[in-house]
Design a protein around this ligand. Sequence first.
Ligand SMILES: [Zn+2]
Length: 231
Amino acid sequence: MNIKHIKSNHFNFVKRTGASLLSLILPATCIECEDILHHTQSLGLCNSCWKSLPWWDKSIQIEPELPVYVDSFNAPLLYEEEIQKLVTMFKFYDTPEYADTFARIMQHYLPTIENPLIIPVPIHRLRLWNRGFNQADLLADKIAKYTANSFTRTALLRIKHTPKQTGSNKQKRRKILKTAFWVDTNKVKNKNIILIDDVWTTGSTAHVCAKTLKKAGASSVHVVTLCYTPI
Ligand SMILES: [Zn+2]
């Protein structure tokens, strides 16, 4: 533990506590444009920003070819300019209110399956320590609460710290990720899993996670992300 991290975590705690106290006295604002929200507006976005989100119209932008171990994939939004800024804020800054907005949207995009177990795509503990949170975990936890489904963050762990994969092709990504995950067989055997992440890019992470879960006996693995990046 170094001073930078202690300071960072302390600052985050103070910021979070301060933010929650402020939220009691200040009106709610849109997470995109910061306009004050009226009581008829929900989900943390004003009507104008809500309408301008890049909703995924599957009649225009077709679904990706699914990796063999993935039973289904769904996402509300395309990963386009209007949402990229919000996702970056969510991923790299301490903005838990974004998780709430995103999870409330994503809960309507889950597959209809019996007794699903909701699992976040894990990040390595070094990245977790560095960032202070796993954005997929925040989403999965809230989605599970809103839909009254089971949730676990300990069934699938990332045990290998892999380099940032920007620019890597699908095959290379899969090779790098091949031994990156560990699974608790007892927790996933015969379960219908819904794997949660923020963005689907090449599908490589989904592929490797789904393969790991299926080899451990999962009955099905469905993937839901906030955004889909058409390639
Ligand atoms: Zn707005």
